[in-house]
Structures are given as C-alpha cells and as structure tokens.
Design a binder for this molecule. Structure first.
Ligand SMILES: Nc1ncnc2c1ncn2[C@@H]1O[C@H](COP(=O)(O)OP(=O)(O)OP(=O)(O)O)[C@@H](O)[C@H]1O
Length: 259
C-alpha cells in the first residue's frame, strides 16, 4: 500500500529549481532511502512534503488524502513526524521532558476554560493527561535504552544519544510515517550501528520510515527501497542492489568504489 505519494512536486527559489517535477512514492511498512549529491533537493523535498515549505506546483497525498500546502502542525497531527539535519532539542530540559513535548504536541487538547467547576475538571483531566504523557514518554525512553538518563539535561547526553532522543521525541507524536534527515550525521561507527538497529526496530513497530542519508553503509544495509535525486530530479528508484549497480547513479553520486 502506498502511504505517501507526490506527483510532479516542484519547488523553485527564483531561478533555482530545487525540486523538479518529482514523483516520489513511500510504501507502507518499509524503510525508504532518499540519496543524492549535496544540493540535489533532498531536504527541500522533505520540507515540501511536511509543510515546512510550500511547493511551487505539484501534489502530495498521504493516506489517500491530498495534503498539498497543509501547514506543518496539521500534517503532524495527521501522522507524519520528522527530525532535522541539525539537532533541535530543548537542551536545557531533561531527556524525559524533551519526549513529553512531542507527546503534548500530539494531544494538545486540554485547556482550562469555562467556570470554576469546569476549570477544576479541566485541571484534574490535565493532571491525568500529564501522568499519561509522562508514562508514555518513559516507554519511548525504554525503547531507546535511555530510561536511566531520563532526568539528565538533554545537552549532557553523548552526541549519538542526542540524535536518538530527537527520534524518540518525533515518535512520541505517534506517527504512521517518520522522516529522518541525515540521522547518522556526525555519529561515530558504534553510534551508527546502534542507530541502524534502532531504525529497524522502529520499522518493526509498524512505523514507515523515510530517511535522507549520506552514509552509504547505513543506507545500503537498512533501506528496503531507495530513491535517488540529482539536480532536483528523480534519477533512479530501486532496491539497494539495483541502485548500487545503476550506471547513472554511480556516475552522479556513488562513484566506482561504492558499486
Ligand atoms: N530557502 C532557500 N532559498 C534559496 N535556495 C534554496 C533554499 N533552500 C534550498 N535552496 C537551494 O535548493 C537546492 C537544493 O537544496 P537542498 O538543501 O534541498 O539539497 P540537499 O539534497 O538536501 O543537500 P544536502 O545533501 O547538502 O543537505 C540547493 O541549490 C539550495 O541552495
């Protein structure tokens, strides 16, 4: 089943066509890699699909519903979460608080409004929700083997753990689809190995994953399918095996060593 699809998606900045008529498909339950040279348009494609940027033309569908041009918060509520190339944690908050923020973003329902009784009821509900959010955040930390660090400040975590914490926060919104923008950037080989195992575990939970990555070991090892962008256009799509052997991909991006 196709979970997300774009049709001729285009984003131009003045004369620069960052994404040029791209048809991109994400199949439910798989790990999809998005690769290509620097400036190929990968992040712009992510941004136009997740509401951070508005496409110049073309369409985006998620779960058979057109979401072209929807704002980011609406897309998040519909079940798409993402992380960014640069770490965007709340560094002065604790590890568990960072995950709770993701969850708050999802629920975000309780407001103390109305008269006194309503206010009390809302307060009680708010406290219950807060406890639920805390427990759920702990479950995610457990999933990432990070429960022991729950009360540490995010900034004190090792780099690889900070990157995984961002993923935990994104997952706390209960997404069907998770976009990861260069999740292994700056990680050492051990951290990358741990990340690979974590991404597989996320897929096994039933969350569909799309990732931009330059680490070819990671991409070729964990992706079920790969799309290659070059100069804003789709150059190829296939299994890791097919992509490794594709002469235009070797020419534009991989080089002979990776093939
Ligand atoms: N806000 C913007 N304004 C103008 N040009 C932009 C903007 N964002 C991206 N571009 C241009 O669009 C092109 C694609 O950039 P993009 O960041 O999407 O590439 P990328 O494939 O993600 O690259 P990298 O692998 O280096 O992250 C580049 O030429 C870039 O300079």
């Amino acid at each position: 089943m196709i979970l997300l699809e774009t049709e001729a998606l285009t984003r131009a900045y003045g004369g620069v066509v960052a994404v040029n008529k791209v048809d991109f498909e994400v199949e439910s339950g798989l790990i999809t890699g998005l690769i290509g040279p620097n400036g190929a348009g990968k992040t712009t494609l992510f941004n136009t699909m997740t509401g951070l940027d508005t496409p110049s033309s073309g369409k985006v569908w998620f779960n058979n519903k057109e979401i072209t041009g929807y704002p980011a918060h609406k897309i998040c509520r519909m079940g798409i979460a993402r992380t960014f190339q640069n770490i965007r944690l709340f560094k002065e908050l604790t590890v568990v608080e960072n995950v709770m923020i993701g969850r708050h973003f999802k629920t975000g329902k309780s407001e103390t409004k109305g008269r006194f009784l309503n206010a009390v009821k809302s307060y009680v509900k708010l406290k219950e929700e807060e406890e639920e959010i805390y427990e759920k955040a702990l479950d995610w930390l457990d999933f990432f083997d990070m429960e022991a660090s729950k009360n540490e400040l995010a900034k004190n975590l090792p780099y690889g753990k900070q990157r995984e914490l961002e993923i935990a926060r994104a997952l706390a919104t209960d997404p069907k689809l998770l976009f990861l923008d260069e999740p292994a950037a700056g990680m050492n080989p051990q951290e990358t190995d741990h990340l690979m195992a974590t991404i597989r575990k996320i897929r096994d939970l039933g969350v569909t994953v799309v990732l931009i990555e330059h680490d070819m070991k990671l991409v070729m090892n964990i992706c079920d399918t790969i799309t290659v962008l070059n100069y804003g256009q789709k150059l190829a799509q296939g299994t890791p095996h097919e992509i490794k052997k594709n002469p235009s991909v070797i020419e534009a991006y991989l080089g002979k060593d990776e093939a």
